[in-house]
Ligand binder design. Structure first.
Ligand code: CP
Ligand code: NVA
Length: 298
């Protein structure tokens, strides 16, 4: 039984297989001969909003021959307090796989354990593995192997995106620099667990200098709305803009997982100058999701 719950637990060989297969799914879209989800119904159980993840999984499941059910957590009994492990034991008897977006990482882990069906983390407070797989796929599609390169993350360095980047860096052998205010830096416990070359500082200019990629994410992640004013105050300045891009390597990629808040984590000019990369990144969610689903059922 395969689950994609965290990049920390994804073996390197599986990571590389998903990246390789995504290229084939992209190249051969519309002409796949194998439909690995034929006869299967997958549920998407979402407790948070989503555009890219929801659509890429729904379309991906369909293109692989399966059916999908979108279950907003508030519309099922889970939202009224039915325990995860009961929901998991019910769904596990009816469906073939689950894609879950929620708050606590322990909830997706518990679902996987009790449902006994392939379970994919579609974002928790701790990790967003499908997004980072896609980001690396996109980088390699445009610039070749990420091993040995320098990726710089600017902004909320403690949220799900940088944490997934941290686990990917050690596994794939690139240098990761995280520039964030002290209060938004990743825990030393996570850094220790991941290993690899990860440099965390408050100095965004130093972090951007010579980088092959600059990456950012929202300052206020889903579920953190009550902290919005404080976050915007503390994180202001941790922005990708033209001045920062000039410090990176010539031709460096600028990426954003989206949704983007112009004037906050990225300025409008930089966003639009890099829209080609950013929307290719968004499109690639579909191809990578298909590779993840195919990996999960084989
Ligand atoms: N990047 C991402 O996961 O987008 P959604 O929240 O729209 O799914
Ligand atoms: N860190 C963001 C990612 C959105 C795709 C959030 O959790 O809201």
């Amino acid at each position: 039984m395969k689950h994609l719950l965290s990049l920390e637990k994804l073996p390197r060989a599986d990571f590389e297989k998903i990246l390789r297969d995504a290229a084939v799914f992209k190249r051969e879209r519309g002409q796949h001969t194998s439909q690995p989800l034929t006869g299967q119904t997958w549920a998407l159980i979402f407790s948070k909003s989503s555009t890219r993840t929801r659509v890429s999984f729904e379309v991906g499941i369909r293109e692989l021959g399966g059916e999908s059910l979108f279950l907003s957590a508030n519309d099922i009994q889970l939202g009224r307090g039915e325990p995860i492990k009961d929901t998991a034991r019910v769904l596990g008897r009816m469906i073939h796989g689950a894609v879950i977006r929620t708050f606590a990482q322990s909830d997706v882990e518990e679902f996987a354990e009790f449902s006994k069906i392939p379970t994919i983390n579609a974002l928790t407070d701790d990790e967003h593995p499908c997004q980072v797989l896609t980001d690396i796929f996109t980088f390699e599609e445009m610039r070749g192997p990420v091993a040995g390169k320098v990726v710089t993350f600017i902004g909320d360095g403690a949220c799900n995106m940088p944490v997934s980047w941290i686990f990917a860096a050690a596994k794939l052998g690139f240098e990761l620099r995280i520039a964030a205010p002290k209060a938004f830096q990743p825990s030393t416990e996570i850094l220790k667990r991941a290993g690899g070359k990860i440099i965390v500082s408050e100095d965004l200019q130093a972090a951007a200098t010579g980088a092959d990629m600059l990456y950012t994410d929202v300052w206020v992640s889903m579920g953190k709305e009550a902290e919005a004013a404080e976050r915007i105050k503390v994180l202001s300045g941790y922005q990708i803009n033209q001045k920062l891009v000039k410090l990176a390597k010539p031709g460096a990629l600028v990426m954003h997982c989206l949704p983007a808040y112009r004037g906050k984590e990225i300025d409008t000019e930089t966003f639009e100058a890099n829209a080609g990369t950013i929307f290719t990144q968004a499109e690639n969610r579909l191809h990578v999701q298909k590779a993840v689903l195919n990996w999960a059922v084989n």
